[in-house]
Design a protein around this ligand. Sequence first.
Ligand SMILES: [Zn+2]
Ligand SMILES: [Zn+2]
Length: 571
Amino acid sequence: MKNQVVAEIFNTIADLLDVKGEVFFKTRAYRMAAQTIVTLDEDIEKIANQGRLQTIPGVGAALAEKIKEIVTTGKLKYLERLKKEIPAGVLDLLSIQGLGPRKVAALYKNRGITSIAALKQAASSGQLRDLEGFGEITERNILRGIQLLEKTSGRVLLHVAYEDGMRYLTYLKKCKHITHLSIAGSLRRMKETIGDVDILASSTQPVKVMEVFVSYPEVTSVLAKGTTKSSVLLNDNLQVDLRVVEEKSYGAALQYFTGSKEHNVTLRGIAIRKGYKLNEYGLFEKKTDKYVTGKTEGDIYKKIGFSYIEPELRENRGEFEAAEKKRLPTLVGYDDIRGDFHVHSLWSDGSDSVETLAQAAQQKGYSFIGITDHSQSLRIANGLTEEDIQKKLKEIERLNKKLPDIRILCGTECDIKTDGTLDYPNKVLKQFDFVYIAVHTSFKMEREAMTKRIIRGMTNEYVDFVAHPTGRLISKRDPYDVDLQQLIDAAQEHNVRLEINAFPDRLDLDDTAAKLAKDHGVGFVLGTDSHNSNHMEFMRYGVATARRGWLEKKDILNTYSLSQIEKILGA
Ligand SMILES: [Zn+2]
Ligand SMILES: [Zn+2]
């Protein structure tokens, strides 16, 4: 599908126009269209060939022309022209936290900065503080942003690697020479960012398997091709490694290549103490080198004295102690989720109607969906006035009658103002089936004030959940400066559930914070923060984060039956 290509070109155009200083609505049109196109189920090329481009929301005649040019030629003259005006490295600067198009334009026009390296040099030698709109604090923030970026560079968000990996697996499954096949590495552990994708297969015909592996249509270059290991680069620059092993080593290799390194070092140490030797080929008796087992991971863990440890737990964060005492959590399953609490509709900044969203939820087999539009003061996201809310409540009441197989819950994602009061009065809040509160403004408050702000929000009797509790955006924005332990204690005290936001660049709370909160008796909700119906797929990454945080079904409200949920929320 060329949807990704079209979306990327449109996003680049929007970035370039932003840096050029074009009007907001022009760049927004490109961004909105890109967002819609990338989440379309249908191939954009097919839509173009059938002359239906203008049926896509946000695509008018001009954009349709451009899409046609892209799908037929793979390029866009307009983009080439724009690129000639602004050097390539300038756009890289936009990936730094806190650097918007206006500042990037200033850096380029007034200081001739065209790369992150040049910017780092200029900021660390104090050359930017006298630039208009900059200052010492901006300099510091820029350096901090570059640091953040360096930490995750070369890595992609979990969902990108997951989708690539799953497509590759589907392709490889057709190869009849493969007996067993699995994702390994950090992707199998569902870490929030992934360096490269590891795939493991067992086969008696490794050479033939390698031939199939490198012939995958999305491969742009073959980095290495051997008889047991090959590496390729996909068209989105993600590296994928395949290892092929013998059947009797498959479990040992899967364990070995799944990691984490820390988990494996500990496991090997324990194995040695028990008289074994563990490596990627199997578990062996230390004295005689005799093969003990290796076909499955379960056999290996069992022989060493543990119950099976799920991949998401393999981070050496207490899983061995828990396994030894038979106290490993029964992790929430990917299929245990009965609904989504955090979905935006056309009422605020979403791009689908409540009805479309409800139908999509029903198709996923959900029993409920929570529609959470923004509150009134968040104008940029088209927050709802009290009058809008009455209309929305009526619409949802009508739809609940029309669609009896899915319960639509009318929620809100209500802003917490800087003083900790909420964006709606209680008489409005109490009309919702449930209330999320969230910080969307003044991210830079001092730690104490920010902590007080959120906790004060939680004390309101109508509040049920806190959305994206730390506000971080992976590789783009640090969490707000907030005392997490105090938030957790307050959540426990006021019986407010903390969200694990499943949107791929949020995953907030993250795994370690979720575990900490669970250990302090806090309950959770999962929400995708969907802005169109396709985003609801992101639930998987919320569940993954919950699993990495040791959460069980009972910890997560989304796994409860609808009647239990209605009772708990008083909905
Ligand atoms: Zn939000
Ligand atoms: Zn939201």
